[in-house]
Design a protein around this ligand. Structure first.
Ligand SMILES: C[S@@+](CC[C@H](N)C(=O)[O-])C[C@H]1O[C@@H](n2cnc3c(N)ncnc32)[C@H](O)[C@@H]1O
Length: 251
């Protein structure tokens, strides 16, 4: 192959990877408080895990994608200390906030991956994850931006690859049209079975705890899956209804 062709193939492959992972759409920086900036600098190395180490870890694995400020991830880590929980996020002030709370609470079963979720999933061992949580992902409401949504057929295929048989995906959104999009995309994939599709109207129901069965089938205790997240509160103030889903990998 002529050198130029090979170089342009590499450039095309990189461009396609870039588009697939939508790196450029994600806001990494933002306004930091002093505490967030200092926590980010001091603690990132301590809490960041690489995928090789994760793949070698024998604990049950859970993932939260786009943890924002990390409140739900930390609550999950405290509730299930026997699991290794991976927080995937790129928004640095949020990462700083979460790391500082991890340190203050001396939590050691939560790890950080500050890489796009699509890249992380591509590197995780097949059938290694028991649960994936994605709460209030960016809705990208404009038609020309729909391809930027994280829920895409290819991303569902990636989740299926890393999920153990009977593993679960939990999702929440306050954006009605994205809720429909999620339902349609999961319905198109016959390997997933819907176990929960619940809509809450905050004007009528003020409860803020989503409870569900433990995904580990050996237990049947109801666990608190999440409290009210920052973006949920924002949606509620706009009068949005909140939709929660649970999908299980059944084949
Ligand atoms: C709307 S916020 C929701 C944050 C939080 N879950 C909540 O409910 O308050 C979505 C988050 O997902 C993160 N995000 C978007 N795409 C991502 C990706 N491909 N990989 C990792 N994080 C991503 C963004 O940085 C952002 O912080």
């Amino acid at each position: 192959m002529p050198e130029q062709d090979s170089a342009s193939n590499v450039a095309n492959a990189e461009r396609s990877l870039h588009n697939d992972f939508a790196h450029s759409y994600i806001r990494r920086r933002g306004r930091f408080t002093k505490a967030q900036a200092s926590a980010l600098e001091r603690l990132t190395q301590h809490y960041r895990l690489d995928t090789q180490k994760i793949n070698a870890d024998s604990r049950q694995l859970g993932i939260e994608i786009g943890f924002g400020m990390g409140h739900e991830l930390i609550a999950w880590g405290q509730e299930q200390p026997h699991k290794l929980l991976l927080g995937i996020e790129l928004y640095q002030p949020g990462i700083g906030s979460m790391l500082s709370r991890l340190e203050n609470l001396a939590i050691e079963n939560v790890a950080l991956l500050d890489q796009p979720a699509q890249k992380v999933l591509a590197e995780l061992a097949p059938e290694s994850v028991s649960e994936i949580r994605i709460f209030f992902p960016d809705p990208w409401p404009k038609k020309r931006h729909l391809k930027r949504r994280i829920i895409q057929p290819q991303f569902l295929a990636q989740m299926l690859t890393v999920l153990q048989p009977m593993g679960v995906v939990r999702l929440a959104t306050d954006w009605a049209e994205y809720g429909e999009w999620m339902a349609e995309h999961f319905a198109m994939n016959s390997n997933f079975t819907c176990e929960l599709d619940a809509i809450r109207d905050p004007a009528v129901d003020e409860s803020n705890q989503i409870k569900d069965l433990e995904p580990d089938l050996s237990e049947d205790a109801l666990e608190v899956v999440r409290g009210r997240t920052k973006f949920e509160t924002r949606g509620e103030k706009l009068g949005h209804r909140i939709r929660d889903f649970t999908y299980r990998r059944t084949s």
